[in-house]
Design a protein around this ligand. Structure first.
Ligand SMILES: *Cc1c(COP(=O)(O)O)cnc(C)c1O
Length: 383
């Protein structure tokens, strides 16, 4: 059995090695390191894949989120609502821009923003909602679109964890994650579902005007060389990273299907245990299956309900099985984002999830034998 890793990037590299090495050689020979042809080609290929009008590559997912908010013209004092249970980058950029982050509780089955809590948090100052498609599954976008429309709010999708996921509306229409709200941000951090070999990110939108504004913003606010019309940033995807992404994008659906099939195996092996809550899918899908494409399992996350989550983490680590706790502290309790407006009673689900969640190894190279080994350890421990 191969050594078990949380994410096996070396194994995945074997399948694309020749293409990546050849592309690297050609980038090195052309010396077009920034905004070279590889970046342009990747941009077009991703627009095609998503069915989105505009993809604007940038340096990382955090920048992508920040630039979305700058592009929409959000101003200090504007309130932006997002989920309490997510990676800090989401709330970090809201605070960095002088906007007011408003954290709300999540839904216990999907770990995504709770719609009732979202509605309750809206004030006359609210300007935008940032749904995070956590662990690879879309937030309840049908309801969020409705709330946004009724309250005249922008939707900025944090799609760092769900690239390639589909969202199914009640009428059967499907849209790709990140192509549903006004604008979306994604990350190509190496461990993400579509990862490069360094930092990378992108913004997607179908709004021509917003796309134009953002294209200048990522490059020092320049729309014409050395004419700086707005305050921008320096956030670009480099050609070497674009070359890696071009090799991986045609395999993204296959990679995500592999993750789904591993999740299905985990669920089968761990079913029927009284102290385990298995991950569920919500958006019109019947559950975890191989043909269903609404969850791309960036993480495979269980809830351990008998209070022994931390002991299980230790047990797995002692047996050389890596695992993760995403996330151990709710954002509303982080030093940087504490605010007296928050009331603990408003965060019952996040407060519970941080004590119960554990993410097991999940990647495109996971073998049945490894899943058997991991699940045996979990079952024996909880017996
Ligand atoms: C990874 C991630 C980001 C940030 O992406 P970087 O490329 O690391 O800056 C933002 N939001 C979420 C939910 C993420 O998982």
């Amino acid at each position: 059995m191969r050594k078990i890793q949380m994410v096996d990037l070396q194994g995945q590299f074997e399948g694309i090695k020749e293409q990546v090495n050849a592309s690297f050689d050609s980038v090195l020979e052309s010396a077009a390191f920034i905004n070279g042809p590889e970046v342009k080609e990747f941009q077009k290929e991703l627009e095609n894949y998503l069915g989105a009008k505009h993809v604007i590559p940038c340096a990382n997912g955090t920048d992508a989120l920040q630039i979305c908010m700058m592009g929409l013209g959000l101003k200090p004092g504007d309130e932006v609502i997002t989920a309490d249970f997510t990676f800090a980058a989401t709330v970090e950029v809201i605070a960095l821009l002088g906007l007011t982050p408003v954290l709300v509780d999540v839904d216990e089955e999907t770990f995504n923003i709770d719609i009732a809590a979202l509605e309750k948090a809206i004030t006359p100052k609210t300007k935008a909602i940032v749904p995070v498609h956590l662990f690879g599954q879309c937030a309840n976008m049908e309801r969020i679109l409705d709330v946004a429309e009724r309250n005249n709010l922008f939707i900025i999708e944090d799609n760092a964890q769900a690239i390639g996921a589909n969202y199914t509306f009640k009428n059967g229409q499907k849209k790709k994650a990140g192509n549903i709200g006004h604008v979306a941000a994604t990350s190509f951090f190496p461990s993400k579902n579509l990862g490069c070999y360094g930092d990378g990110g992108a913004i997607f939108t179908n709004d021509d005007e917003l796309a134009h504004v953002i294209r200048g913003m990522v490059n020092h606010g320049m729309y014409e060389r050395y004419h700086h019309d707005v305050v921008g940033v320096n956030s670009r995807l480099d050609s070497l990273q674009a070359a890696v992404l071009r090799a991986k994008l045609p395999k993204l659906d296959e990679y995500n299907a592999k993750r789904r099939s591993s999740a299905k195996k985990y669920n089968e092996r761990l079913a029927g245990q009284e102290n385990i809550i298995l991950p569920k899918t919500n958006n019109g899908c019947e559950g975890i299956c191989n043909s269903c494409d609404c969850h791309v399992f960036h993480q495979y996350t269980l809830r351990i309900t008998n209070g022994k989550r931390d002991a299980l983490v230790k047990h797995l680590n002692e047996n050389n099985v890596p695992c993760g706790v995403y996330y151990p502290i709710p954002l509303h309790r982080q030093k940087a984002y504490k605010d007296e407006r928050y009331d603990e009673a408003d965060f019952p689900i996040t407060n519970q999830l941080v004590q119960e969640v554990i993410s097991l190894p999940m990647h495109t190279e996971l073998e049945d034998e490894q899943i058997d080994f991991i699940t045996e350890l979990v079952l024996n421990f909880l017996k």
